[in-house]
Design a binder for this molecule. Structure first.
Ligand code: PLP
Length: 369
């Protein structure tokens, strides 16, 4: 079996699993409990959080643990806008559904602007400059697109948003963390979200970093856990595992990037030279972890099953929407071509992927011609 769906989720790393098991055996108590066991669990959470902050070089953020990035994105958007009755929200038309649909749900009360993307999947910074107004309260722009891998220029986005002090910036860094060395300072971003299962950690945990001074309002009600912003008993071992994933993989970002870039070049060069294949992934400002292609004569679903017969696993879009067989929103926004958007597949790579696996994938794909 060959797995090419690392953008959907990653297998858990052995060291991370070991840390998870150890913590769940020893620190099972509720970290909010006042007794010794609770305090011990709480100490583990504090240690894990401080390790994460140190590893990422964060000086001025707090971290709210959630069950996944979808929940973290909802908390950021709904929690931040809750106190405002009106104002402008700027986002892009290629955000993950957990941003896109959440912001869509606010359209009745807010003036929402969806920035378009070019045929490379990038926003135009002039569009952002023009969209920014004195009543803009929130800008949410992803760092690395999960469907085609386009990298947004967050460094410049920070500069633009900074000129409007009433506007806060939220960045979804799910597909960038541990894959791309950021050319911007995470300390300059008001809120950002990540997901542990995209970084060789367990499913069921993610988080939202919020800069001190940014006020979030409750969207969940319950205990005072995590300052009441995400009440509910959380699993200490998932948090310990998150810290282990970040501590292990974040420092390896550059090394893994270089390794994966060679695989990406091999794969996309071969696919670009095949008549009948359209490579939707851009050539520049791109994550080497994502190669998105369309074979306009064949539905994406058919390609997925053709590869599955050879025990090779890719997806048609983001895993969450891939069963729906709708045109892929990002590919449609880039190409304005329904045929390309319904015939796309996403191949996502890892430092665990080998050259032999990539060559085998190319051979199986070329059998379609
Ligand atoms: N944001 C991006 C860019 C993603 O790729 C994904 C998952 O594919 C998510 C958010 C949601 O992550 P989770 O599965 O942790 O909810």
């Amino acid at each position: 079996m060959t797995y090419f769906d690392y953008g959907a989720t990653t297998p858990i790393d052995n060291d991370v699993l070991e840390a998870y098991i150890k913590a769940s055996k020893h620190f099972f108590a509720n970290s909010s409990s006042l007794h010794f066991l609770g305090k011990e669990a709480n100490q583990m959470v504090l240690q894990a959080t401080s390790d994460i902050m140190r590893t990422l070089g964060l000086k001025n953020h707090k971290l709210i643990y959630t069950s996944c990035a979808t929940e973290a994105n909802n908390l950021a958007i709904l929690g931040y806008t809750k106190a405002s009755k009106k104002g402008r929200i700027i986002t892009t038309c290629v955000e993950h559904a957990s941003i896109y649909q959440t912001i869509k749900s606010l359209e009745e009360s807010f003036d929402v602007v969806y920035l378009p993307v070019s045929n490379t999947g990038h926003i135009n910074l002039d569009d952002l400059k023009q969209a920014m107004t004195q009543d803009t309260i929130l800008v949410s722009i992803m760092w690395v697109n999960n469907i085609v891998g386009s990298i947004m220029d967050i460094k410049q986005v920070i500069e633009i948003v900074k000129q409007f002090p009433q506007a806060k910036l939220h960045v979804d860094i799910v597909q960038g963390l541990g894959k791309i060395v950021p050319d911007f300072d995470l300390n300059d971003v008001d809120m950002f979200t990540f997901s542990t299962h995209k970084l060789y950690g367990p499913k069921g945990v993610g988080g939202l970093f919020v800069k001190h001074g940014v006020t979030l309002h409750k969207i969940f009600y319950g205990s005072e856990a995590q300052n009441g912003l995400r009440p509910g008993t959380f699993d200490t071992s998932l948090i310990v595992a998150t810290a282990k994933s970040i501590k292990k993989f974040y420092p390896l970002t550059s090394e893994h990037y270089t390794y994966v870039l060679a695989l990406f070049n091999l794969l996309q060069d071969k696919l670009r030279s095949q008549f009948g294949i359209v490579v939707n992934t851009p050539r520049a400002n791109v994550s080497p972890y994502v190669v998105n292609i369309s074979i306009p004569s064949i539905k994406g679903e058919t390609i997925v099953h053709h590869l599955e017969a050879a025990k090779m696993y890719v997806s048609t879009g983001s895993a969450c929407s891939s069963k729906l067989q709708k045109p892929e929103r990002t590919v449609l926004a880039m190409t304005n071509d329904n045929r390309l958007a319904t015939s796309s597949i996403r191949i996502t790579l890892s430092h665990l992927t080998t050259k032999d696996e990539v060559e085998a994938l190319i051979n199986i794909l070329l059998q379609l011609f």
